[in-house]
Design a protein around this ligand. Structure first.
Ligand SMILES: [Zn+2]
Ligand SMILES: [Zn+2]
Length: 142
């Protein structure tokens, strides 16, 4: 059952199982981050019976670089870039608005170079690098 393909494949998520596609679509249309339990809540009628099913789908989506986990919120967001497969060891920057909860995703070449050079200096091999900036977004600032 796990290998079941969707009959209607969406453009950004080829080869996802039905459950993975449901989670992906939900995250894609939600502006802010969602916890696994919020995802379960919304997809309960679509056949999700427990958190394990949600976590399994999320794990695969994160592996594919389609979804990211915000550690500080223990919540998940759809990737806003096109190049975030987990093999690329790019530093991903998230801005999280503490007023409206909106999340933006960035990569920055200058920061990328800084991290690479820091790695060399301290002889450290980075596998994953995520920076979460919390504050007030441009919409809420006005
Ligand atoms: Zn991303
Ligand atoms: Zn805001």
């Amino acid at each position: 059952m796990n290998q079941l393909r969707m009959s209607k494949k969406s453009k950004q998520s080829p080869g996802l199982t039905n459950k993975q596609a449901l989670v992906m679509n939900l995250l894609g249309k939600t502006k802010g981050p969602l916890s696994a339990y919020a995802i379960l809540d919304q997809l309960h009628d679509s056949g999700f019976r427990g958190p394990v099913q949600v976590y399994r789908a999320l794990e695969k989506l994160m592996e594919l670089g389609l979804v990211h986990r915000l550690e500080s919120l223990n919540a998940f967001v759809a990737c806003q870039q096109r190049t975030c497969d987990h093999q690329s060891k790019k530093t991903i920057i998230f801005t999280i608005c503490e007023i409206c909860g909106s999340v933006q995703e960035f990569v920055n070449t200058g920061l990328e170079h800084l991290v690479r050079s820091l790695e060399k200096d301290i002889d450290f091999l980075t596998n994953r690098s995520v920076i979460e900036l919390k504050g007030i977004c441009s919409t809420c600032k006005d």
